[in-house]
Write a protein that binds this ligand. Structure first.
Ligand SMILES: [Zn+2]
Length: 671
């Protein structure tokens, strides 16, 4: 069989990537791991850049256009995006159905009309316009008449097809909801917490904020999802007669639409569906705050028409907020790695959204005082964004006489050290605080920091308790014989832990900076610093003003970094890490400047390597200035070929491209 031409290969890759998106977002059955997806995407981008004549704006590679947009154009909706009336009780739903039946002149002894019910997702409403099957515009609801053009942002979302499958109508406006999965929201907040940034309140707010991001790359990162639920303008040969049929049709076009649609005809069935779904919605993995009930038949919808605000053929049943009342037993202050003291409520156990809740967040001392929350109070607990339970209010009428006001802790609960307030937050400022040390150590050894395998929370606790670790630098003095004396650690695992600690000496400046837990200095800030400064000494010589000049550094981050490095804590840290043989030079220095060994060279990496995964090696090659591409072409300067390198190696040989094996790669990486 002949080798496929570039054109054939490009078309195949586009189809495979579209199929992967569809399988993931429409059918909820992933076809391939993210890594394979990324590899196919890289190959496609490489081929398309070699063949600009084959460019296509509907290619999956064109989701992120590169340049951030300047602002948002206001666009008028051809058909207004109406809101839906809300009801909160079964009586109200019954009353709505009575009105519908009267308007449609349905006799008392007749059933109907058919009604379709689907989940009401707590997201951001959007209208997507497809012309001849291609996504041409995405507009937010706005005031219902006009919204913002967010096409560039929406194109960056993998869950939204750029091109419809099958026979596409002339014009189809699909309305639906953009939202964020709970686990994506949680991990976003975890990263913010780790970086010392304020947490987002709920997934809906982040979704709305993300759509307003001027940089589509940010949208792509956030993994927003889309679910269709309605129709705007529709010009097609094929007429739709029912909502339930339309939802099926959308799925056949490759558009994510609910899999939970149910059609009923009688009020008792409708209420049963609402109840049943109410019990199940917690397990969906995203926020659903109600059920939308529609008259299924489009002709009947037209007969019913709309009021000035909302259609008469549609109503939403809103589930009650997940709130419960309980008694606040005590408040504990937990110490984070940066010394932050966070108040955590312990309450009498209470059933909330299907789980037993004992703890809730109280956010910070200002919140506690603003809401006047006291120990012993009856409090209302809510699951915010369906995730972290929080205390929302106090039942004043039920306040017992002996309820105790909560002053801010004068001393750190872990070390009795001094506490300082900064804005609404409290910090333990004792650098030797064991609680902070535990958190710092757990962070320091984390995968994205020093990546030391084998140091779990229990072992960290034990090492801190026994006094073997009083400082992160003490890690490097641990000996196998110290470790085997601890409970439950065999000689073999002790030896491999010591090896892992030893390996971590060589992570380089950016990883060390991210690992030591300076407030606001996470992985990306640390990388920025390491691009600008060749080593720790150069960084220590930098003024606060010059740190402020770093991209994305404001005066706050620059100030915190400068202060931390020049504090007695920072000086001791640097001295001790140096003494422990931790390398404090930068692998990223000048990464954007172009004086690195591989600057400006296009490199392809293929096969498997014993020294690391391809993605790790790719990152390191990029650190040397290489631009790493997925496929071999005339533009490739260098092929790095590991074990089992196949067709890419043959092609590189044919084209006379320089080829490195793993040993050559390692020597270039200075390993
Ligand atoms: Zn403390």
């Amino acid at each position: 069989m002949a080798e496929p031409t570039a054109h054939e290969r490009i078309l195949l890759l586009r189809r495979q990537l579209e199929a992967a998106n569809r399988a993931y977002y429409v059918d909820a059955e992933p076809l391939m791991p993210d890594r394979n997806y990324d590899e196919l995407m890289k190959e496609l981008i490489g081929l398309e850049s070699d063949h600009p004549e084959l460019a296509d704006p509907a290619s999956p590679s064109c989701r992120v256009g590169g340049e951030p947009v300047a602002g948002f154009d206001s666009v008028e909706h051809e058909l207004p995006m109406q809101s839906v009336d809300n009801t909160y009780t079964y009586e109200d739903i019954g009353a709505w159905l009575d009105r519908v039946r009267r308007s449609l002149e349905i006799e008392a002894d007749q059933s109907g009309p058919l009604m379709s019910c689907d989940p009401k997702i707590d997201g951001v409403a959007i209208s997507l316009r497809y012309e001849v099957g291609r996504l041409v515009r995405a507009v937010t609801r706005g005031d219902g008449q006009r919204g913002d053009d967010v096409t560039a942002q929406v194109r960056a979302m993998r869950s939204i097809p750029l091109r419809l499958d099958g026979e596409a109508p002339e014009v189809l406006e699909i309305r639906g909801e953009i939202f964020m999965d709970n686990d994506v929201f949680e991990s976003l907040n975890m990263r913010r917490e780790a970086a010392g940034e304020p947490l987002y309140a709920n997934a809906r707010n982040v979704t709305a904020g993300t759509l307003k991001s001027l940089d589509p790359a940010v949208v792509a990162e956030r993994r927003l999802r889309f679910m269709a639920h309605g129709m705007g303008v529709h010009e097609a040969e094929r007429a739709m007669t029912r909502h339930s049929e339309y939802i099926e049709y959308l799925r056949s076009l490759g558009v994510p639409a609910t899999r939970d649609l149910q059609v009923v005809q009688e009020l008792p069935d409708l209420i049963a569906v609402i109840k049943e779904f109410g019990q199940r919605r917690e397990s969906l993995g995203y926020g659903v705050d109600g059920m939308v009930v529609r008259v299924d038949d489009f002709a009947l919808q037209a007969r019913l028409g709309s009021t000035s605000k909302a259609p008469r053929w549609c109503v939403a049943f809103k589930y009650p907020a997940d709130q419960a009342e309980t008694t606040l037993i005590e408040v504990n202050w937990q110490v984070g790695k940066g010394g932050t003291l966070t108040p955590r409520a312990t309450m009498e156990p209470v059933e909330l959204a299907g789980t037993t809740v004992r703890h809730a967040t109280l956010h910070n001392i200002e919140e506690i005082h603003r809401k006047d929350i006291r120990v012993g109070d009856r409090v209302v607990v809510e699951k915010a964004g369906e995730i972290i339970p929080q205390v929302v209010s106090v039942v004043r009428a039920a306040r017992p006489d002996d309820a105790v006001q909560m002053p801010p802790p004068a001393r750190c609960p872990a070390c009795s050290g001094e506490v300082q307030q900064e804005g609404p937050k409290l910090y333990c400022v004792n650098a030797d605080c064991p609680a902070q040390l535990r958190e710092r150590l757990a962070w320091f050894v984390g995968r994205d920091q020093m990546d030391i395998d084998g140091l779990g929370d229990k072992l960290v606790d034990l090492l801190v308790e026994t006094g073997l670790l009083r400082h992160v630098a003490d890690l490097y003095a641990l000996r196998i014989e110290d470790l085997v004396e601890l409970e439950g650690l065999g000689e073999k695992s002790a030896a491999s832990l010591v090896d892992a600690i030893d390996d971590s000496r060589d992570r380089g400046l950016d990883r060390v900076l991210a690992a030591v837990g300076i407030r606001q200095v996470g992985r990306s800030a640390a990388r920025t610093v390491a691009k600008q400064y060749p080593d720790m000494d150069a960084l220590l010589g930098a003024s606060k003003a010059s740190l402020e000049e770093l991209p994305d550094f404001g005066s706050i981050t620059a100030g915190l970094l400068h202060e931390a490095l020049h504090s007695s804590w920072g000086q001791e840290l640097v001295d001790r890490l140096k003494a422990a043989g931790v390398r404090l030079t930068s692998d990223l220095y000048g990464a954007d400047v172009g004086d690195q060994p591989l600057a400006g060279r296009t490199v392809v990496i293929t096969g498997s390597f014993s020294s690391g995964s391809r993605s790790e090696l790719t990152e390191r090659l990029e650190g040397l200035g290489a631009s790493v591409s997925g496929s071999v072409s005339k533009k490739t300067d260098l092929l790095v070929a590991g074990e089992k390198a196949g067709s890419k190696r043959e092609k590189a040989e044919q084209l006379g491209i320089e080829i490195w094996d793993e040993a050559a790669l390692l020597s270039a990486l200075g390993a």
